[in-house]
Ligand binder design. Structure first.
Ligand code: ACO
Length: 323
């Protein structure tokens, strides 16, 4: 069985907010944000929702190919900011595009979500013989952000991107392997969307529902632990970093990516960065990079791609596939 990435698509909110726009509403500057993060602008939802962005991506994926929606067997959406907890974003996408034969689920592993979603999609497809699978990362992070907190408000963006995968009988699995690690004891260093229990039977609890982050702790954690998980997936697949054409890191901060590249001995060419355009879009950030690579014809058939996501949980995941 072969598992192929057939095509990609993206949908981002029309509204673009630059660093200078943010500087008008909080004590920050274009210089600080660019220097510390690499971000220049981000797309922020005005009317768009995680659902609407993901539906847009799924419609493009189906329309760009000769398959009809009824031929989609599985839709997996990676998101930490679903429009509703129920129904799942994936179920709403399924209904909207008329993919009446598709199984659906959302995966929440924060910024590692897309790596997990690809693994879930691959393993379910192989186990069940699914032919056509859609995997989307979609987020509206702006609804979780405390717009009074400059230390986090400048970092995040909204958007969605996804891939169409197909499983065909040609004898080779193009999904080569994955590795995941969770450090749950550090989970409170990155939190969002606490919802108090307002039941008349529950004790009231005071807590911040906005996104909170210990930026330093996350930064150091990623620099230390991401290479360990990358090493594990390389060992599992029998590959080395020079075999890898593209390392698609979660776009949390350009400095993190540059430091990881240096530590691992990767070239800038191997590690595309698009955080300047989108900010940190959590589970959508890696498919947005994949979409940029496909849309600009940089990703060539046979290229080996290593995905590495990291963030809330704290979690880290890495996987390798060839295009
Ligand atoms: N504009 C101007 N000044 C600011 C801003 C801002 N937006 N935010 C903070 N500052 C100030 C601080 O108050 C501080 O001032 P002080 O020195 O007077 O106290 C100074 O800038 C330096 O702040 P630091 O927090 O030390 O800045 P740092 O260089 O660490 O950068 C950052 C902060 C960008 C958040 C960095 O720590 C980072 O990227 N961390 C990792 C984030 C990450 O990877 N998150 C995981 C993914 S998210 C997910 O999973 C959902």
């Amino acid at each position: 069985m072969t598992f192929n990435l057939i095509t990609t698509a993206r949908a981002v909110p029309d509204q673009i907010i630059t660093n200078s726009d943010l500087a008008k509403i909080m004590p920050t500057s274009d210089e600080w944000i660019k220097q510390r993060t690499g971000i220049e602008r981000r797309h922020l939802a005005s009317t768009e929702t995680t659902e609407s962005l993901c539906i847009d991506v799924a419609q493009q994926l189906v329309q760009a190919n000769s398959i009809g929606p009824k031929q989609i067997d599985l839709i997996v959406v990676a998101t930490m900011s679903p429009t509703y907890s129920m129904p799942s974003v994936a179920a709403t996408v399924q209904g909207a595009i008329g993919a009446e034969n598709a199984a659906t689920l959302d995966v929440n592993a924060a910024c590692t979500g897309f790596v997990y979603a690809m693994a879930v999609a691959h393993d379910m497809a192989v186990a069940k013989g699914y032919q056509n699978v859609i995997v989307i990362g979609g987020e509206v992070m702006s609804k979780y952000v405390n717009w009074q907190d400059r230390s986090t408000a400048v970092l995040f963006g909204d958007g969605a991107a996804g891939v169409l995968l197909a499983l065909n009988e040609d004898g080779q699995d193009h999904y080569l392997g994955d590795a995941f690690k969770t450090f749950g004891e550090k989970g409170r260093s990155l939190m969002a969307d606490f919802r108090p229990n307002n039941s008349p039977f529950a004790k009231p609890v005071e807590a911040d529902s906005y996104l909170t982050m210990d930026g330093h702790q996350i930064y150091n954690f990623v620099i230390k632990k991401a290479p360990v998980v990358i090493e594990e997936v390389l060992q599992k697949t029998g590959l080395t970093l020079p075999d890898i054409d593209w390392v698609v890191f979660h776009q949390a901060n350009a400095r993190i990516i540059q430091q990881l590249s240096k530590k691992l001995g990767l070239t800038a060419q191997q590690c595309p960065i698009n955080i300047d355009e989108y900010g940190n879009v959590a589970a959508a950030s890696e498919p947005l990079v994949l979409n940029d690579l496909v849309a600009s014809d940089q990703l060539k058939p046979g290229d080996k791609v290593l995905l590495c996501g990291f963030g809330g949980g704290l979690t880290i995941g890495a996987s390798i596939f060839d295009y």
